[in-house]
Write a protein that binds this ligand. Structure first.
Ligand code: TXA
Ligand code: MG
Length: 347
């Protein structure tokens, strides 16, 4: 298949943009279009078509029990897809939509099980990226879109990443440069009485608490309870580069001395660290700067790109600095833990 790659200038008024029109036609006809959102690039298809959603799983190599997020452009679209929109759900929508938050609702029959991985609930997100919303409007249907990477690879934060993984197997890629947040949306289940955070993201737990009061989370593997995470996709191995990756958590001086100990005798190793740690570190190893510890959102925007780079550079062993698990740092650490296969050393 010939994959079209088109740049679009991100402006508020895109209803007459020829690329968006063409992409909308492809989606209406059951094709696949990768498009930018404020979190990561998504791989879009008509969420109401069993065949179109099916193509997403085939292109990504995604397990069929891992449900997709349906993206909407306005609240009218939501009402046609789900039952029982609770007061708490409405408060969250008012506070964080359009934006990097996905809500799980009970689905109506119109949403095929192919889109929800067989579940009776459906994940819905209204993105803030203008191109994404213009595209959904142009298609006239909700757009099912997982992150536009091959299953298991880091989520794409640039059109080039989508090209690396999916060139030749999808119809079109819309290029809007690097995404803003670089981490996938916060997922909150509002299908039951008490909302639960299923995946941490840029909408942090304290932001949610400001709106709802206390809220519980379920996204880390719990050794005590022997329970996996509740979002089906969170149980799969994810983001991991080919290199062996070790996540070091604790005080920066101790992280440096631990790197010195563990890297003794190693020739081909790398460090994925903050700017602050890099300024103190004087040893060997190839250095990848994640961002600033004092501005954890800069780390969120960089880590997926670096994980891809680490593979491209053929690194064999990578020491990764852990950051404080607070605010967006919770989402960053959640992705880093998965990338290193929970290979964590507390120093
Ligand atoms: O930021 C994002 O959310 C991006 C952009 C493209 O919007 N999309 C994204 O999709 O990250 P994906 O497919 O890579 O991740 C969706 C996650 C998976 O972990 C999936 O299991 C979970 O959402 N999910 C989807 N529907 C669900 C449901 N009904 N119940 C529980 N979890 C669900
Ligand atoms: Mg994904």
């Amino acid at each position: 298949m010939n994959t079209l790659i088109k740049k679009v200038r991100n402006t508020a008024e895109l209803s007459n943009d020829p690329v968006i029109k063409e992409a909308g036609r492809i989606l209406k006809n059951g094709g696949l279009v990768a498009f930018p959102t404020e979190t990561v690039y998504g791989l879009g298809a008509n969420a109401l078509s069993l065949e179109a959603s099916g193509k997403i799983y085939a292109a990504k190599g995604r397990p069929s029990d891992n449900p997709l997020i349906a993206h909407i452009a306005d609240i009218d679209m939501l009402e046609s897809l789900v039952y029982d929109i609770s007061e708490k759900a409405r408060l969250l929508m008012e506070a964080f939509w359009p934006g990097p938050m996905t809500l799980i609702f009970k689905k109506k029959d119109i949403v095929p099980y192919a889109t929800t991985g067989g579940l009776n609930t459906v994940a819905i997100r209204m993105p803030s990226n203008n191109i994404a919303r213009a595209l959904i409007r142009q298609a006239g249907v909700p757009i099912a879109a997982p992150s536009a990477n091959k299953s298991g690879r880091p989520s794409p934060t640039m059109a080039e990443h989508v090209k690396e993984d999916l060139y030749g197997v999808i119809d079109m890629i819309i290029d809007d440069g690097p995404t803003d947040f670089g981490l996938e949306s916060t997922i909150i289940d509002v299908s039951e009485e008490e909302p639960v955070i299923l995946r941490p993201g840029a909408i942090t737990d304290s932001m949610v608490q400001n709106v709802l009061g206390k809220i519980s989370s379920s996204f880390e593997f719990s050794e005590e309870e022997g329970e996996g995470p509740k979002a089906p996709g969170m149980k799969y191995k994810h983001y991991a580069p080919k290199a062996k990756m070790i996540l070091l958590r604790g005080n920066q001086n101790k992280i440096i001395s631990t790197i010195n100990q563990l890297s003794a005798g190693e020739k081909n190793f790398a460090l994925m660290i903050t700017k602050e740690l890099q300024e103190q570190y004087q040893g060997p190893g190839r250095i990848y700067i994640m961002g600033k510890a004092s501005e954890p959102e800069t780390i969120g925007a960089n880590i997926f790109k670096l994980l891809r780079q680490i593979d491209a550079d053929g690194c064999e062993l990578v020491f990764t600095e852990g950051i404080e698990e607070k605010g967006i740092g919770i989402a960053v650490m959640n992705r880093l833990k998965k990338a290193c296969g929970y290979n964590i050393v507390d120093v």
